[in-house]
Write a protein that binds this ligand. Sequence first.
Ligand SMILES: C[S@@+](CC[C@H](N)C(=O)[O-])C[C@H]1O[C@@H](n2cnc3c(N)ncnc32)[C@H](O)[C@@H]1O
Ligand SMILES: [Zn+2]
Length: 499
Amino acid sequence: MSQNFPDNTLYEMDNLDVLRGMNSHTIDLIATDPPFNTKRNRSGSAGQYVDNWKWGDTGTLPDQWKWNEVHPKWLEEIKDNHTALYHAIDAAKHCQGQDTAAFLCFLSVRLIEMHRILKPTGSLYLHCDHTANAYIRMAMDAIFGKKNFRNEIVWCYTGPSNTTRWYPRKHDTIFFYAKSNSAKFNRDIVRIPYNAETLARRGRIEGNKSYISPSVETTKRRDPSQVNTLFGGGKIPEDWWQDIAVLTNQSERTGSPDQKPIKLYERIIKASSNEGDLVLDPFCGCATTIIAANTLNRRWIGIDRRKDARYHIITRLMGITKKERKRLEKYATDTAWLDKQTQPYEMHYQTEPPVRTDIEKPTSPTLAHVYPIQNEHQLSHAEMHTLLTDQFGIQCWGCNFIPPDKRYLHLDHIIPKMDGGTNDIDNRALLCQPCNTKKSNKMSLNALRRQNKQEGYTQHNPPIDLKAALTWTQKHLIQTILNPTHQLNLNTIMLKVME
Ligand SMILES: C[S@@+](CC[C@H](N)C(=O)[O-])C[C@H]1O[C@@H](n2cnc3c(N)ncnc32)[C@H](O)[C@@H]1O
Ligand SMILES: [Zn+2]
């Protein structure tokens, strides 16, 4: 698939718009560190919808998510097209609460896009901490497939702690997923030296096995790098990393509390990409991933919604110290100054998202048709439920059961999604709970009706005329496409249904 955006570009905007605009299979590596849902900042727009998770233009980071900010259509879309992911979000909602579920929703819609834009040889590393890592792992298994899970890297560090009732929480988790089995992994490049003890032990073992291997004595006499070369250039680091300290280098510090050590991202980039590859960080912050990629001769794309994103990249490309950076801070959002500073660098700056040129051939499921250019014919679950009960009465289409009220009826797919059924109204039926469970995604509506009859579950009420129903729903679908104003706006009702 061809790349529809320039190399070495910073997009200063919400990453969802950018990710959505990127052609499929264009990125070699994503290494990213999203906000942690730590509830540090309470500003935001709680209490009202923000269509695609934009939090106004305050430029502040609302490290907190509210369930009532989750657009019902996102959730419906996830429920219809990404069943496993929906259950992961639901689990988070039940186990940790609505805010975590909302955060997971925010992250998941982005992860679906990240998964789509990765090349088959690509990988994604996602940095998180204890606040939501269990749920993020579930969501990632759902999106990437559990067979593509590679590692849960535990990055350990030390530092002051004021905890007295439990152990200080001093590690972050980095989930490493491959897009497929052909993902790159340069194990020989990331090898680290064996420690002296291992070297001595291995020297002895090898020495016994073969006369050309070094004995313990020769091992002691050689310098460590020589010895490490003898043993295959050192070892591949385990999945727990203790050898990278929190910002070792004072001159590396930018003053941003979110900043991660460059060494951490260098290891990731070296392991899972080659020179010339394209590295993306959709939550690039003060540009650690970008600087590491740039230094290692990779091409890069950074995205961040903060207003001073370019300032961070530029000042780090300039290699200036924290103190100098402080002095220049007054220019952080000064476009003229930033334009001038950007000139010497091979870097593009964008405030508009790319536009997909491969949209005809979507290569993996996306949420694209929730808010596509023309989304008007997409009815919400609540709208379809109301239309169908209004038109056909409160009755199960599977067993003819007439429940006390419409809450007993579920909106189901006539042809299961798995078998290519759509989410449109002409593929929808109303089912009672037992019919819904029985059908799940295993059979068509006709098969369910036959089975109910055989097993004696069909009620004596006159059945819904399926053929007539389909004719009506098809006509309705065409009408809404032709005349989008037919669509009711029931989002608020939808909210109540979700609760
Ligand atoms: C934890 S920080 C990343 C720090 C980075 N790893 C570094 O070392 O500099 C997360 C960043 O994500 C950005 N962010 C949060 N939501 C975003 C969104 N929807 N689109 C783009 N950026 C977003 C924030 O502005 C913040 O800078
Ligand atoms: Zn039924």
